[in-house]
Design a protein around this ligand. Structure first.
Ligand code: FAD
Ligand code: NAI
Length: 466
C-alpha cells in the first residue's frame, strides 16, 4: 500500500484528521476536489461569515454607539466591495495556513475528486478529467455537507441564494428575505440588517434558533427586532418566485390566518445542510446511506472494516469543532489509543451580537427527560462590565441537577458569550456543581461574573447583584 491513511475532504474534519495521523507516524494523503484546502468552514462557512459579522459590527457601532462613547465622526457608509475584499483576504490567509500545515506535516495533498475503486484503492479525477489511483490501508471520509434547497424553489444562485452566495454579494440588498431563522439565517441576516438592508426572516417553528434552549431564541427575538428585522415565526413558506430582479415569497401562518406576501431583491434559503457524498462511489464498497448520512458506529467506523467517516457527513451536530474532535478520535484509534468524545459537551455558538452560546442540556430536554432540575439566571444589564461597554442585552441561564447541584446546561446570550462558553465546557467536563463555580473567584469587572452570579442563583437563590 502507498499510504497508511487516506483522508477524503480537507475541511476541519479532514485536515485535522490528516495532521493527527501524520503526527502519529502514519504516511498520510489528503484528497480535496477544490484548489484551496479548508472545506466549507474556511472557504464558505465559519471564517468568511465571521469576517463579515465583524465588519458589520464595526459599522453598526460607528453608526450607533460611537456618539454615546464620545467619538464624533461623519455618518459612516458601508462599502460592501471592501468588506467582501477583506473577507477574501481573511479566507486566503487561513487556507494558505492549511497548505503550510500539510507541508510541515509531510502530508501528500492530491487535488481532484476522490472516489472508491475498492476498499483499498481510490481514484482521483482532476478538473481536466485526468485520473490517477492510489492504494491505502485505511480511509477516512470527511466530505462534509452542502446547503439544502427548498423542494419547490431550487437555488438560482442569483436571487434565490444559499450562504455561499450571501458571502459574495456585490451590492447591499434592499430587502433580504431569509427563509429559516436558524444559525445561518440569524448570522447572515444580522450582517445585512446592520449595514442597511431591510431583513425579513420567515421561520417555520415558533422560535428563532429552535434547537437551542428556548430562552435564547426569545431573547434573540428581542435583539433582532431592535436591529429592525421583521420576523414571521410559525410560518410555512408556500412559494418563492423570481421575477426579474425581484423575489416574491408567500408564507402562511401554521396556526391559520392571513397569508403573507413578501417582495425582496434577494432570498437567502437557510433551512439546514445535507451531507455530501456525490461522486464518492460508496456503492463500490457497499456503503448505503441512512437518511443521507454515512452510518458509523461509536468508533466512527463504517460497515467496511478499514473505512471511517467523520464530520458533517455523519450523525450529530454540523459543527467545525465537532468534525475536528472526530478527526482526532479516528487518528488516535488507528494508533491504538483509546480517545473519547463527550457529544453532550460540544458547545454551540451563534455569532450574532450579542452572541449566543450553549453547552449541555436545554431546559426543554430536561423536561422531556423528566429530570428534576433547578435554574439560576443573571441579566447582563446588572453587570458593571456590560454597563461600561454598553452591551446590556442578554443573560446567563444555568441548569443544575436539583439533588446533586451538578451543572447540566449553561446557556448564554450576551457580549462575548462565544469565548465564555469554554469555561462552562471545562467545568462540565469536570462535572462541576453550580456551587463550585459560585465559590470560584471571577475577575471583576468581567462578563464571566454573570456566570458566577447565575450559579449563585441556582445554588441557593443568592446572587449578590440582583
Ligand atoms: P467540510 O468543511 O464541508 O469539508 C468537506 C470537504 O470535502 C470540502 O472541501 C469538499 O470540497 C471536499 N470533498 C467532498 N467530496 C469530495 C470528494 N469526493 N473528493 C475530494 N474532496 C471532496 N461551524 C462552526 O463550528 N462554527 C461556525 O462559526 C460555523 N459557521 C458556519 C457558517 C456557514 C455560512 C456555514 C455554511 C457553515 C458554518 N459552520 C460553522 C459549519 C462548518 O462549516 C461545518 O460543520 C464544517 O465545515 C464541517 O467540516 P467537515 O470537515 O465535515 O466538512
Ligand atoms: P439550522 O438547522 O441552524 O436552521 C434551519 C432553520 O430553518 C430551522 O430553524 C428550521 O426550523 C427552519 N426551517 C426548516 N425548513 C423551513 C422551511 N421550509 N421554512 C421556514 N423555515 C424552515 O440550519 P442552517 O442555519 O441552514 O445552518 C446549517 C448548519 O450549519 C447548522 O446545522 C449549523 O450547525 C451550521 N452552522 C453553524 C454555525 C455556527 O456554529 N455558528 C453558523 C452557520 C452554520
Amino acid at each position: 500500500m502507498q499510504y497508511n491513511v487516506t483522508v477524503i475532504g480537507s475541511g476541519p474534519g479532514g485536515y485535522v484528521a490528516a495532521i493527527r495521523c501524520a503526527q502519529l507516524g502514519f504516511k498520510t494523503a489528503l484528497i480535496e476536489k477544490y484548489d484551496t484546502l479548508g472545506g466549507t468552514c474556511l472557504n464558505v462557512g465559519c471564517i468568511p461569515s465571521k469576517a463579515l459579522l465583524d465588519s458589520s459590527e464595526h459599522f453598526h457601532n460607528a453608526a450607533h454607539t460611537f456618539k454615546e462613547h464620545g467619538i464624533d465622526i461623519n455618518e459612516p457608509k458601508a462599502n460592501i466591495t471592501q468588506m467582501i475584499k477583506r473577507k477574501a483576504g481573511v479566507v486566503k490567509s487561513n487556507v494558505d495556513g492549511i497548505a503550510y500545515l500539510m507541508k510541515k506535516n509531510k502530508i501528500e495533498v492530491l487535488t481532484g475528486v476522490g472516489s472508491f475503486v475498492d476498499k483499498n484503492t481510490i481514484k482521483i479525477t482532476g478538473k481536466d478529467g485526468k485520473e490517477s489511483q492510489i492504494t491505502t490501508e485505511k480511509v477516512i471520509i470527511a466530505t462534509g455537507s452542502k446547503p439544502t434547497p427548498l423542494p419547490f424553489a431550487p437555488f438560482d444562485k442569483k436571487r434565490i441564494i444559499s450562504s455561499t452566495e450571501a458571502l459574495e454579494l456585490k451590492e447591499i440588498p434592499k430587502h433580504l428575505i431569509v427563509i429559516g431563522g436558524g444559525v445561518i439565517g440569524m448570522e447572515l441576516g444580522s450582517v445585512y440588517a446592520r449595514i442597511g438592508s431591510k431583513v425579513t426572516v420567515v421561520e417555520f417553528l415558533d422560535n428563532l434558533i429552535p434547537t437551542m434552549d428556548g430562552t435564547m431564541g426569545k431573547e434573540l427575538t428581542k435583539v433582532a427586532k431592535k436591529l429592525g428585522m421583521e420576523l414571521y415565526l410559525g410560518h410555512k413558506v408556500t412559494s418563492v418566485e423570481v421575477k426579474g430582479k425581484e423575489v416574491l415569497v408567500k408564507a402562511e401562518p401554521k396556526a391559520g390566518g392571513n397569508a403573507v406576501d413578501l417582495k425582496g431583491d434577494y432570498c437567502l434559503v437557510s433551512i439546514g445542510r445535507k451531507p455530501y457524498t456525490d461522486g464518492l462511489g460508496l456503492e463500490k464498497v457497499g456503503i448505503e446511506l441512512d437518511k443521507g448520512k454515512i452510518p458509523v458506529d461509536d468508533h466512527l467506523k463504517t460497515k467496511v472494516d478499514n473505512i471511517y467517516a467523520i464530520g458533517d457527513v455523519v450523525r450529530g451536530a454540523m459543527l467545525a469543532h465537532k468534525a475536528e474532535e472526530e478527526g482526532v478520535l479516528v487518528a488516535e484509534q488507528l494508533a491504538g489509543q483509546k480517545p473519547h468524545i463527550n457529544y453532550n459537551l460540544i458547545p454551540g455558538v451563534v455569532y450574532t451580537w450579542p452572541e449566543v452560546a450553549s453547552v449541555g442540556y436545554t431546559e426543554e430536554q430536561l423536561k422531556e427527560q423528566g429530570r428534576a432540575y433547578k435554574t439560576g439566571s443573571f441579566p447582563y444589564k446588572a453587570l458593571g462590565r456590560a454597563r461600561a461597554s454598553m452591551d446590556l442585552d442578554g443573560l446567563v441561564k444555568v441548569l443544575a441537577d436539583k439533588a446533586t447541584d451538578e451543572i447540566l446546561g449553561i446557556h448564554i446570550i450576551g457580549a462575548r458569550a462565544a469565548d465564555m462558553i469554554a469555561a462552562g465546557v471545562t467545568a462540565m467536563e469536570f462535572r462541576a456543581s453550580a456551587e463550585d463555580i459560585a465559590r470560584t473567584s471571577h475577575a471583576h469587572p468581567t462578563y464571566m461574573e454573570a456566570v458566577k452570579e447565575a450559579c449563585l442563583a441556582a445554588t441557593a437563590n443568592r446572587s449578590i447583584h440582583m
